[in-house]
Design a protein around this ligand. Structure first.
Ligand code: TXA
Ligand code: MG
Length: 319
């Protein structure tokens, strides 16, 4: 865990317009002072992310919300009270003065209060919003350990606060409360728990609503082609050059490169998913086969990320 001295150093860097990589309970983030356009531009440059995509502003607590969002509807306030600090991002109408660099030029802003103790200490010490996307190169698998962040950026890795494994392992749930409540991105919070506050939440369709990288169909992809397959297919002999992510142990005589048993508990599966994809990506397989996950709502966020990873690979095959 990061020492007080590291937190102070990270704050000094943020105030000087530099980037800091920080742990959150979802994934590691690449942070910049959200009030500093030049610093925010550094995030885009380092990630290789095309401009015009909005970033999430991380806050220490709900009291800071008024500085970033106007018209906080009752449902948003109740969601914040119930789920912050935690893996929930709210899309709200932006307050005057919130920069286009952060919102991608939209009149909305994405905000969240992370619960990770290191993120909390950093945000409290910094005292204002930290804009942070996931700390990975554009379109690739999000980092859930400090080592993953170094793997992404190598010698270009900014000052990195260590915070162990990310507990949730998938990016935050995103709910838009601008007009009709929309589920923009499923995450660690069950939809039913959100709906207890918002009423029925419609799932934003691909391309609907604000432009957003994590919501493009093809995203979160390893380098090796990834395909979703049924469990029957994995029961028959597989080619020698495949790597497999399944929810049960390898059958006797499995002749592929690597078989990872991610288990049947969705929380554990989510926690391990990105680390598993990175491992499967490293064994030199011709393709990664992922056993399709259940239709049950508990698997929604996982199904979403796997579908995007598979779509990204399909798109590369066509290109
Ligand atoms: O768990 C997370 O949310 C992580 C950690 C670091 O907090 N961050 C993350 O950021 O996943 P990123 O940049 O990979 O995804 C940000 C997403 C965008 O894809 C978009 O869907 C949404 O947040 N977003 C942010 N601001 C928005 C806005 N003004 N309007 C609509 N969507 C917005
Ligand atoms: Mg991301």
């Amino acid at each position: 865990m990061s020492a007080d001295e590291d937190i102070r150093h990270a704050c000094a860097l943020l105030r000087a317009g530099q980037l800091v990589a920080m742990p959150t309970e979802t994934v590691y983030g690449l942070g910049a002072n959200a009030r500093d356009d030049a610093a925010v531009a550094r995030i885009y440059a380092l990630k290789g992310r095309p401009p015009g995509h909005p970033l999430i502003v991380h806050l220490a607590d709900v009291a800071q919300l008024a500085a970033w969002a106007v018209e906080v509807p009752d449902a948003a306030r109740r969601l914040a009270m119930r789920f912050w600090p935690g893996p929930l991002t709210l899309i709200l109408p932006r307050a005057p003065g919130v920069s286009d660099a952060v919102t991608g030029g939209q009149d909305t802003v994405g905000v969240r209060v992370p619960s990770h103790p290191v993120a909390q200490r950093l945000l409290r010490a910094f005292g204002d919003g930290i804009a942070a996307p996931s700390a990975n190169r554009y379109g690739r698998v999000s980092p859930t350990t400090a080592a993953h962040v170094r793997e992404e950026f190598g010698a270009q890795t900014p000052f990195l606060l260590e915070g162990g494994d990310c507990e949730v392992g998938l990016e935050s749930t995103i709910v838009s409360l601008v007009g009709e409540p929309l589920l923009v991105r499923p995450g660690g919070i069950p939809q039913a728990d959100l709906e207890a506050i918002t009423g029925p939440l419609r799932r934003a369709a691909a391309g609907e609503g604000p432009r957003a990288p994590g919501t493009t169909v093809a995203h979160y992809a390893p380098t090796t082609a990834l395909k979703l397959v049924t469990c029957d297919l994995l029961a028959s002999p597989v080619p020698a050059d495949v790597a497999v992510l399944a929810r049960r142990p390898a059958p006797a005589g499995f002749g592929g490169k690597l078989w990872l048993d991610a288990g049947t508990d969705p929380a554990r599966y989510a926690h391990d998913l990105y680390a598993s994809l990175r491992r499967l990506d490293r064994v030199g397989a011709g393709s990664i086969l992922v056993e399709a996950v259940p239709e049950d709502p508990a698997w929604d966020a996982i199904r979403d990320r796997l579908a995007r990873a598979a779509a990204a690979c399909a798109a590369e095959e066509l290109a």
